[in-house]
Design a protein around this ligand. Structure first.
Ligand SMILES: NC(=O)c1ccc[n+]([C@@H]2O[C@H](COP(=O)([O-])OP(=O)(O)OC[C@H]3O[C@@H](n4cnc5c(N)ncnc54)[C@H](OP(=O)(O)O)[C@@H]3O)[C@@H](O)[C@H]2O)c1
Length: 291
């Protein structure tokens, strides 16, 4: 199967490498073209624009930072739309809101192409290990055709029905994750300020019903103030923002998520946006200015 891949950030690079490793022919494109070099070394071809990739490949996957990037790659000059048409398929795996996904879907469908949204749950390591959870929605025939690629990139795929459902599921999941990480960070600060050992708190949590891979993985590095980005904080804040907008649309009160979003915004204002999202702990550690 020949697959195009647009967007070689933390996730896109790992996912496209996995496809290559499993024998897929892959043509990549990235806005910063130099990021294609490593993929080239691993046997990928390089397209000079998204349109060129779509022209070459029946299936093209996008893995882009946010709604504006996802839209730009499709709608801008030399974008996906210029070459999409009968028999061509686009699969957007970026985390975006349902409206963005619908806009892309409508235009691609108008031109006779097929579209699937397929955001993923799981971070850098699961992407490297082919252990993502794929939350797909849209064209079911395309979902069935692209399953061999999903099986390489992920450990489980869900087909969630109409366009928007994959995006919404992903936002709900990340809203929970962002809120959990804030509660965890506050707990670490509270333990410290109360004279308790933070390491003992990690040990206690890990032995009980709240044990989870995220606390286990992030806890020790947070205690070392080490935040190499697996999931950039700026993207987690984008997901909180989009999840809160989904809450607005559905009149769902989400005070916990709203407070968590404030902490992520504060972390961004402290210049931590490109760090791992666990760096929100640094923002929670900073005392509020006195009035
Ligand atoms: N990292 C994770 O743990 C994780 C997990 C699940 C889902 N996600 C989601 O997956 C997506 C990608 O995440 P990531 O961690 O791989 O992000 P990343 O490392 O920041 O990569 C973002 C990618 O988007 C491209 N991009 C940004 N703006 C663009 C524009 N205007 N036009 C064209 N390309 C543009 C970047 O190109 P340049 O290289 O030129 O900047 C890069 O290829 C995001 O939606 C994120 O929320 C991430």
């Amino acid at each position: 199967m020949e697959v195009g891949f647009l967007g070689l950030g933390i996730m896109g690079k790992a996912m496209s490498l996995n496809l290559l490793r499993h024998g897929f022919k892959v043509t990549v494109w990235n806005r910063t073209l130099s990021k294609c070099d490593e993929l080239l070394e691993h046997g990928a071809s390089v397209g000079s624009t998204p349109a060129e990739v779509v022209k070459k490949c029946k299936y093209t996957i996008g893995m882009l930072s946010d709604p504006s990037a996802a839209l730009a790659v499709v709608f801008d000059k030399d974008g996906v739309l210029e070459q999409i048409g009968e028999g061509k398929c686009y699969i957007d795996m970026s985390t975006v809101d349902a409206d963005t996904s619908s806009k892309i879907s409508e235009e691609i469908t108008k031109k006779g192409g097929y579209f699937l949204e397929a955001p993923v749950s799981g971070s850098k390591k699961p992407a490297e290990d082919g252990q993502l959870v794929i939350l797909a929605a849209g064209e079911k025939t395309l979902y069935d055709e692209i399953i061999p690629a999903f099986d390489v990139m992920g450990k489980k795929s869900f087909f969630l029905g109409e366009i928007g459902n994959g995006a919404k599921m992903k936002l709900v999941v990340n809203m929970i994750m962002g809120s959990m990480l804030n509660a965890f960070s506050e707990g670490l600060v509270l333990a410290d300020k109360s004279g308790l050992s933070q390491q003992t708190l990690l040990d206690v949590l890990d032995l009980g019903a709240m044990a989870n891979p995220m606390f286990k993985m992030k806890g020790p590095t947070m205690l070392m103030s080490s935040y190499p980005p697996a999931f950039p904080l700026k993207h987690q804040q984008k997901d909180m923002r989009l999840a809160l907008a989904l809450g607005d649309e559905n009149a769902v009160s989400m005070p916990v998520a709203a407070a968590a979003n404030e902490a992520f915004k504060k972390a961004r204002s402290l210049g931590l946006g490109d760090n791992d999202f666990s760096a929100v702990y640094e923002a929670i550690k900073v005392p509020e200015p006195s009035p």
